[in-house]
Design a binder for this molecule. Structure first.
Ligand SMILES: [Ca+2]
Ligand SMILES: [Ca+2]
Ligand SMILES: [Ca+2]
Length: 848
C-alpha cells in the first residue's frame, strides 16, 4: 500500500507545486513582519510567539501555529515524543528563539530535559508556503528512536465535512474517532509530565497509542475548500495522519513525520502550503448586544474590520414591523476608531433610537440577527445561570431536569488529607506539613456536603467558592430576588431543575455553598485551597460527576477494585489541600460572615454556626499573624486585601467596633495602593459607616472616574480587556460591578453607561465574533463551551465563558466550533455568580 502511494507521489507534488506557482503570482509570499511572525494576505504563521508555559501543560497555543483566512487552524508544530500528544504529555522547552529578517527565518532550539535531547526547528518561507526543517547535532536518543517526530496539530472541527487526498488517494476526515489504536506494554510508555499518568489502568497494565489513519508523503487537507485547503509534503520520510481524539476528547488531528535516527543534521523536513484566496479580506464582525438594549442606554455597534478594509460611511438600524416590513430607524455614520491589535475598527452609534421594538443592523450587504430595544432587556438574562447552570454545578447532589439526569450524587467518598510535599497537576500543592490536624491520607470528616464544581472540572476550590457565596449574598441583599424555579432537598441530596419548592433559589445556593465552607472550618479551623482528585486519570473525567470516584470510602486493607459495597480498595477519594495561606482563609471567613446574614431566618442554625466559625477563625488568624514572622511578598499583599474583604463582611454582619476599627486601618492604605481592587469593598461598607466616611472616599472615586473617561482610548469597546492566558470576562464583570456600586453611592460621578457597557461586551460587542458569551442568553450565544459536557459539543445554559483570549502578539480568539480551550471557553463559578449580580444591577440601574 505504501509502495503504490509512493508511485503517485511525484505526480501529486508536481500538481501542488504547479498550483503554488500560480498562487505566488496572485498573492505574494510569506514574509516576516515587525511583529515577528510570517505574514501573507490571508495567512499568518506563528513560530513560538506563544510558548508552553507549563501551567496547564499543553494548552494548544504554542509551537508552529497557522492562521488561515482569519481562523487558527493549526498549533503545536514542534518535535513531539508521542503520535498524538495529550495535555499532560511532555512538552519541549524553548531554549532559544532567533528571528532573522536577513535570512527570513525563525529558528527555535527545543529541549527535552528528561532525555537530554536538543533539536532545532527552522521555519522559512518557501514558494507559496513555508518550509519546516528539524536539525539535530547529536543523533535522536535511542529511547526516542521511532518515537520522536515532527508534529503539527489541526483543529478537528475545521475539517469535519471535509476530505483529504494523500498521494492522490481520497479520504474523509472522521466526524468521530473510530481508531485505529494499538495496545502497548506499560514499560514502552513515555513518561508523562512529572510522572503523572492520564491513563486509567483499571487493572490492565498496558496503555494505548493512536495509529495513523493513513500514511503517504503528500497530504492535501480539504482540497475542495479554498478557505481551508492545506498541502503538506514530506521532503524526507513519510507523513502520517492521526486522530488524537482516540486518546482524549480534546485531541486534534495530527500530521507527523518520525525523525530520522542514527544520524545528525537534517532529520525531518516539510513543505507546508496553506492555500490563500487572492486578495482575501475578512468579513467584518458587527459587534452588538445579542440581548438588545434598554431604550435609555448607549447603543454602540463596534465594527471589526480586516487590516486591508476601510469602514463604510454609514450603517443602518432597521426596525422590523409585525408584518415583516422594514423601516430604517436611523442611518448612523461609522466613525473610524483606528487600529486595535490586528484589526481596524469603526463605531456606529444608534443611541438616539429609543422606540421599543425589534431591530437589525445593516452594514453594506451584511445584516445582523434581530434584537430588541425594550425596557426589560436585562430582567431575565440571569435566569438560566441561576435556574440551570448553578444547579448543574452542585456537588454531592443528584441533579435532575425534566427527563434528563445531569449527574448523580457525586463524591460521597469525600475526602482525605492530601500528602505532604505534593505538587498537584491542577496547580495545588502542599509543603512539609498538612496545615491541618490531620495526617496525610487521614479522612477529614463531614466534607461530603454542599459545594459546587469549580468549573469544567469537578474540584471544590476554596477561593472561588468564597467569592461565589459573597456574590450570592450581595445579590440577595441588593435585589432580594424571590425567584424559585429549583427544588433543592439537602436531606435526599436531590435537585430538580424547573420545579419550584417554595424557597428562593438564591438562598438555597448560599446555603449549599455555606454547608461546604462551614464543614471545612468545623473540621480544620480554616479554608482549604481545594478538594480535588488524587489522580490524573480521574481528574480528566468527562461525563456524570458521580462516576468520577467510586463513591466508596477507601480502605487500604482491600485490593484495588475490591469492594464490600461501602468501602473499596481503590484509592480514588479526593484530597484536601490546605496551604499556609491566610488569604485563602480570610476569604472563607468573609463568605461565612456574609452567609450568616443571608441565611438568618432561612436556616438559623447554619447562620449562627457560620458567624461563630468566622469570628473564631478570624481571631485565631489575627493571633497567629501577631506571633508569626510575616512573610513579605505577594502572599502578604494578597492577605491584606483578603483580610479587608473578611473584615468588611464582619462589619456588615456585626457592626462591632473592633471590626470597624480594623477595617479603617486596612482600607485607606489599600485604597492608595490598588484603588481598582478596593473601591468596591470600600463602597459596600458604606451602609455601616458614618457620613464622614463617604466624604473621605469621594476623592478616590473622582480619581477612579478619570480612568473610566480614558477607557475608549484603550480599545474600541471601552472596557478593560485582559491579555493573560485566561480571557478576561470576569474582569469586565468586576469592573462594571464596581461601576454600579459607585453609581449607587456617587451618581454625580459615575453613570450607568459604564454598567451596561460591561454587559454589552459580554452579550456580543467584543472582538473575534459577536455571539453572547453567556450560553442561552441573547439571540445567538455560545453554543459550545468548556462545561463538563464539552465532549458532547454542547453548553450549559447560563454559563459565562472567559471570552476573547489575545494570542500573542495580536490575535484575538474565541473558538466557536471547538469547546476545548479552557482559557476561552471554560465556565467558572465565581464569574457566573458575579454575572447574576451585574445583570440585576443593570436592570435596576436603567430599567425603571
Ligand atoms: Ca480546578
Ligand atoms: Ca427553590
Ligand atoms: Ca473512593
Amino acid at each position: 500500500m505504501i509502495r503504490s502511494a509512493r508511485l503517485t507521489r511525484a505526480f501529486v507534488f508536481a500538481a501542488v507545486t504547479l498550483r503554488a506557482a500560480t498562487a505566488i503570482a496572485q498573492t505574494g509570499t510569506l514574509a516576516l513582519n515587525d511583529k515577528q511572525y510570517f505574514e501573507a494576505r490571508g495567512l499568518n504563521v506563528f513560530v513560538f510567539t506563544n510558548q508552553y508555559n507549563g501551567m496547564f501543560f499543553d494548552e494548544k497555543t504554542a509551537g508552529i501555529e497557522i492562521i488561515q483566512h482569519g481562523m487558527r487552524i493549526a498549533t503545536g508544530g514542534a518535535v513531539r515524543l508521542t503520535p498524538t500528544p495529550e495535555q499532560w504529555d511532555q512538552i519541549p522547552k524553548l531554549v532559544d528563539r532567533k528571528v532573522d529578517p536577513a535570512t527570513n527565518t525563525i529558528t527555535c532550539t527545543m529541549r527535552y530535559e528528561a532525555f537530554d535531547f536538543d533539536s532545532r526547528l527552522v521555519v522559512t518561507p518557501d514558494g507559496a508556503g513555508f518550509k519546516v526543517t528539524v536539525f539535530v547535532d547529536k543523533p535522536v536518543p535511542a529511547a526516542l528512536e521511532g518515537r520522536a517526530g515532527l508534529n503539527l496539530e489541526f483543529v478537528p472541527a475545521r475539517y469535519w465535512e471535509h476530505t483529504y487526498l494523500i498521494d492522490g488517494k481520497p479520504g474523509i476526515f472522521p466526524r468521530y474517532p473510530a481508531g485505529p489504536t494499538t495496545s502497548l506494554p506499560a514499560d514502552k510508555k513515555i513518561r508523562q509530565f512529572e510522572g503523572f499518568s492520564t491513563f486509567d489502568l483499571h487493572g490492565h497494565p498496558d496503555y494505548i497509542e493512536t495509529q495513523p489513519l493513513t500514511t503517504g508523503t503528500t497530504l492535501v487537507m480539504a482540497p475542495e475548500d479554498p478557505e481551508r485547503r492545506v498541502a503538506i509534503h514530506a521532503l524526507s520520510g513519510d507523513l502520517q495522519l492521526l486522530d488524537g481524539r482516540n486518546l482524549a476528547q480534546n485531541g486534534w488531528y495530527v500530521v507527523r513525520t518520525l525523525l530520522a535516527t542514527k544520524t545528525t543534521g537534517k532529520v525531518a523536513e516539510w513543505h507546508v502550503e496553506p492555500h490563500t484566496i487572492p486578495n482575501w479580506t475578512r468579513t467584518p464582525v458587527i459587534g452588538f448586544s445579542e440581548v438588545g438594549y434598554h431604550p435609555s442606554q448607549p447603543k454602540r455597534a463596534v465594527i471589526e474590520l480586516d487590516a486591508n478594509d476601510a469602514a463604510l460611511a454609514t450603517a443602518s438600524l432597521i426596525r422590523i414591523r409585525p408584518d415583516g416590513t422594514e423601516v430604517e430607524a436611523m442611518k448612523a455614520p461609522v466613525q473610524p476608531w483606528g487600529k486595535y491589535l490586528r484589526y481596524n475598527y469603526g463605531v456606529a452609534d444608534f443611541s438616539s433610537v429609543k422606540e421599543p421594538g425589534l431591530y437589525v443592523i445593516q452594514y453594506g450587504t451584511q445584516r445582523t440577527g434581530a434584537f430588541p430595544i425594550a425596557s426589560d432587556v436585562y430582567e431575565k438574562v440571569w435566569y438560566p445561570t441561576l435556574d440551570v447552570w448553578f444547579p448543574v454545578q452542585m456537588d454531592h447532589m443528584f441533579v435532575n431536569e425534566g427527563y434528563r439526569v445531569w449527574h448523580g450524587a457525586a463524591h460521597l467518598d469525600d475526602a482525605v488529607q492530601a500528602p505532604v510535599n505534593e505538587q498537584h497537576f491542577d496547580a495545588y500543592r502542599t509543603g512539609a506539613t498538612t496545615n491541618t490536624p490531620f495526617k496525610p491520607g487521614e479522612r477529614i470528616p463531614g466534607l461530603a456536603v454542599g459545594g459546587w464544581f469549580d468549573a469544567g472540572d469537578f474540584d471544590i476550590q476554596g477561593v472561588s467558592h468564597s467569592g461565589t457565596i459573597m456574590s450570592f449574598v450581595a445579590i440577595w441583599e441588593a435585589f432580594h430576588p424571590q425567584r424559585d424555579q429549583t427544588l433543592v432537598d439537602q436531606q435526599l441530596r436531590f435537585v430538580d431543575i424547573h420545579r419550584p419548592d417554595g424557597k428562593p433559589d438564591v438562598l438555597q445556593q448560599i446555603e449549599h455553598g455555606a454547608l461546604q465552607i462551614a464543614a471545612q472550618f468545623r473540621a480544620m479551623g480554616r479554608l482549604s485551597r481545594g478538594v480535588v482528585d488524587s489522580h490524573l486519570d480521574t481528574y480528566h473525567h468527562l461525563g456524570d460527576a458521580s462516576t468520577q470516584t467510586d463513591n466508596k470510602i477507601y480502605d487500604p486493607s482491600m485490593k484495588p477494585y475490591q469492594t464490600d459495597g461501602i468501602h473499596s480498595g481503590t484509592p480514588d477519594d479526593r484530597w484536601v489541600f490546605v496551604e499556609d495561606s491566610p488569604a485563602t482563609s480570610y476569604l472563607g471567613m468573609g463568605a461565612l460572615a456574609a452567609a450568616s446574614r443571608a441565611l438568618r431566618g432561612f436556616n438559623d442554625a447554619l447562620a449562627t454556626e457560620c458567624l461563630t466559625l468566622a469570628k473564631k477563625a478570624y481571631a485565631d488568624e489575627r493571633a497567629r499573624a501577631a506571633t508569626a514572622a510575616q512573610a513579605n511578598g505577594p502572599e502578604q499583599g494578597f492577605a491584606r486585601f483578603a483580610e479587608l474583604t473578611a473584615v468588611m463582611q464582619l462589619v456588615l454582619t456585626t457592626k462591632e467596633q473592633p471590626y470597624v476599627d480594623r477595617f479603617n486601618e486596612l482600607l485607606w492604605p489599600a485604597l492608595d495602593r490598588a484603588p481598582a481592587f478596593t473601591l468596591q469593598t470600600a463602597v459596600r461598607a458604606m451602609p455601616a459607616m458614618d457620613a464622614a466616611y463617604a466624604s473621605k472616599l469621594r476623592p478616590y472615586v473622582e480619581r477612579y472616574r478619570a480612568t473610566l473617561d480614558g477607557m475608549f482610548k484603550q480599545n474600541p469597546y471601552g472596557v478593560p480587556i485582559a491579555t493573560g492566558g485566561w480571557a478576561g470576562n470576569g474582569q469586565v464583570i468586576g469592573w462594571a460591578t464596581t461601576n454600579y456600586y459607585l453609581h449607587k453611592a456617587f451618581p454625580d460621578l459615575v453613570g450607568t453607561d459604564v454598567v451596561t457597557r460591561g454587559l454589552d461586551y459580554l452579550f456580543g460587542t467584543h472582538p473575534a465574533h459577536n455571539y453572547s458569551f453567556v450560553s442561552a442568553v441573547g439571540n445567538r450565544s455560545k453554543h459550545l463551551a468548556y462545561g463538563n459536557n464539552r465532549a458532547d459539543f454542547s453548553f450549559i445554559a447560563g454559563g459565562v465563558v472567559p471570552g476573547v483570549l489575545i494570542l500573542k502578539p495580536d490575535f484575538p480568539e474565541n473558538m466557536d466550533d471547538w469547546p476545548f480551550l479552557w482559557g476561552e471557553n471554560e465556565y467558572v463559578i465565581d464569574t457566573c455568580a458575579s454575572y447574576i449580580f451585574l445583570a440585576n444591577a443593570a436592570q435596576e440601574a436603567v430599567g425603571k
